[in-house]
Design a protein around this ligand. Structure first.
Ligand code: BJW
Length: 252
């Protein structure tokens, strides 16, 4: 693997358009748990159907809101790691870089990435469940650093405009991805020279189409992941290892 690293770095150096497509693995070394890793992944410890669907929020809003507030507090305590910093350095190296993330944390922004495209929303943009398209007007509890603790139930606030419940601003299973984000990601993937897929299992759709679009459009696809994934087959280069270790070597 060490022998292919200089080749991957050279690919980046020659590229004019790069997409860095990230998943939970890039934030793992900041202490933010992934979803599907054995033992430590969130879905190994929690039932996604009880927490990450619109039906779950409807059935038990206090359970779901408390869980997301606990996760939000964890992310606020986390710091960007060398993988996030190297991603921002790639943007400096290749100005035509687009960062597309499935992550709902804000570690790319805090590492200096300019405008990461968030396919699955954000922990920091709660919104009203009401049908009217208005931002939720309420005092965001993220501002007072409250951590309800793991497993705590917490009543969600109510929207100051219409009184409906405020929900986490993330994309749950069965929900459509934000159209503008998905379109921007697909266009960037279809027109890039190099796509780096970093720390994602590549099993959640439609996000997992993004590296596949790049491969079909003739881009060189490079994967950074300690473990094999279903994306191995479409990748030109598979770099086995952690994002915090490998990404900095591509820009040094
Ligand atoms: C490291 C590392 C280190 C570890 N360094 N690497 C086709 C077939 C079957 C099902 C479907 C299908 N198309 C759609 C579906 C349904 C569903 C889906 O894909 N299900 C599959 C799981 C089977 N998709 C949806 O429901 C989507 N919506 C949809 O399709 O809507 C249709 C619609 C259209 C129009 C109107 C209405 C509806 C929505 C999907 C939303 C996903 N949401 C989540 C939760 C977000 C909120 C929250 O955070 O709670 O998003 S699920 C979770 O998975 C989260 C992630 O963004 C996403 C992807 O996970 P990710 O990032 O890949 O993490 P992991 O844990 O899976 O992988 C981590 C990787 O890192 C591993 O490979 C490790 O090895 C690696 N790693 N340490 C580098 N240090």
């Amino acid at each position: 693997m060490e022998s292919v690293l200089p080749g991957a770095a050279a690919l980046l150096g020659q590229a004019r358009r790069v997409v860095v497509f990230t998943g939970a693995g890039i934030s793992a070394e900041s202490g933010v748990p992934t979803f599907r890793d054995d033992l430590t992944g969130l879905w190994a410890r929690y039932d996604a159907e009880q927490l990450a669907t619109p039906e779950a929020f409807h059935a038990d809003p206090d359970l779901v809101w408390g869980w997301y507030e606990w996760r939000r507090a964890r992310v606020r305590r986390a710091r960007p790691n060398p993988g996030h910093l190297a991603t921002a350095a790639i943007e400096d190296l290749v100005p035509g870089t687009v960062v597309v993330t499935q992550n709902v944390d804000d570690l790319h922004e805090r590492a200096g990435s300019r405008a990461p495209v968030h396919l699955h929303g954000s922990l920091f943009a709660p919104r009203c469940v009401g049908r009217a398209a208005h931002p939720a007007a309420f005092a965001d509890p993220a501002d007072d650093a409250a951590d309800p603790g793991e497993g705590s139930r917490l009543a969600p606030p109510r929207c100051g405009h219409c009184g409906a419940l405020v929900r986490p601003g993330v994309v749950w299973f069965g929900e459509a991805l934000p159209e503008a984000a998905l379109t921007a990601a697909a266009e960037a993937a279809a027109t890039c020279d190099v796509l780096l897929t970093v720390g994602t299992s590549g099993v959640v759709y439609p996000a997992a189409e993004i590296p596949r679009i790049a491969a079909r459009s003739g881009a060189t696809v490079v994967q950074v992941n300690p473990l094999p994934t279903p994306l191995d087959a479409i990748c030109d280069v598979n770099l086995r290892g952690s994002a915090a270790r490998i990404l900095p070597t591509l820009v040094e």
